[in-house]
Ligand binder design. Sequence first.
Ligand code: TXA
Ligand code: MG
Length: 347
Amino acid sequence: MITELARTDTPEALKEAAARAAELLRAGEVVALPTETVYGLGADARNEAALAKVFAAKERPHFDPLIVHLPSARMLPEVAEVPGEIAKEIARLTETFWPGPLSILLPRRADAIPDIATAGLPNVVVRVSEDPTFRRIAKAFGGPIAAPSANRFGRISPTSAAAVEAELGGRIPLIVDGGACSRGLESTIIAVSPPPAPNKKPIITILRPGPVTRDELKKFGKVEDGRVHAGKPETPGQLPSHYAPRTPLRIVEDPAAFLPEPGKRYALLSFKGEDEAYLNLAAFDQVALLSPGAGKMPEAAIRFFFLLRQLDECGADEILAEPIPERGLGIAMMDRLRRAAAGSGSE
Ligand code: TXA
Ligand code: MG
């Protein structure tokens, strides 16, 4: 299959790209689309055959459900059943964070969203993207779009059209190039439970940390981390191996205890590039800095997957990673880094 690349850098190109993407979605095809978090592989969330193509292109197992993107919050009641006991909380959250990188787990309306989209689960994860190109396409299409990240299963998420091309080129008909993703990390996924007692706050469970941080969510309830039940994660996004480079990746917690192997080629993923203990670990082939000198979390997040992909391609035998401070967006980055390390090094 030839993969078309649609530019969006002039008003005419954007208009054409949106029309072409909407036309393909209506025809039951899959299309790679920019979002503010990472590029997604979109398909009509109501069309089983189209959804099957998403799983096939990504080589994604059918037990791993897809996030459903809505053109606007107004469509929420069409795809999900918002329980009355949390309706007020959901309204406050969606008014505050939509459009934006917050995904919410809610009971699915099975008459609107087929089993294949949610792997047969009774819940659906929904969000409204804030990316201007995505919004334009979603509006032109007018329906819910199921879109997992546009990478092959288990691999590094794409934050540029070129990265999508490297992952899925030849497997899908169209990539809409909306430029670099403005957030760079996948959306925060939460579940909301009613207050356990009348004078208590509702409970917000973070199932996947992301751009909307724990601190931002605190205003809306008691925030907890996703629980693992009977050894099975509540959300399959919590699979221990994910976001993985082909090159082995190791988080070096204690630089003093590290000894480079002679003849082995190393690359370094560093936060600010200022910690000598890390910079001098080995004679590096390549050093990538997430936020050079500044240590700014939003900048590091935008560059995170891009640099991980670059290091994976630099020819090193092993990527060493300096831990990122676990505050704010650093929590989401360390989550990705640990899963990347767990899954790295396999073809
Ligand atoms: O930012 C994002 O969320 C990006 C962009 C494209 O929107 N999408 C994304 O999708 O990260 P994906 O499929 O790569 O990750 C979504 C995670 C998956 O690991 C999936 O298991 C989990 O969310 N998930 C989706 N629907 C679910 C459901 N109904 N129940 C439990 N987990 C669900
Ligand atoms: Mg993904």
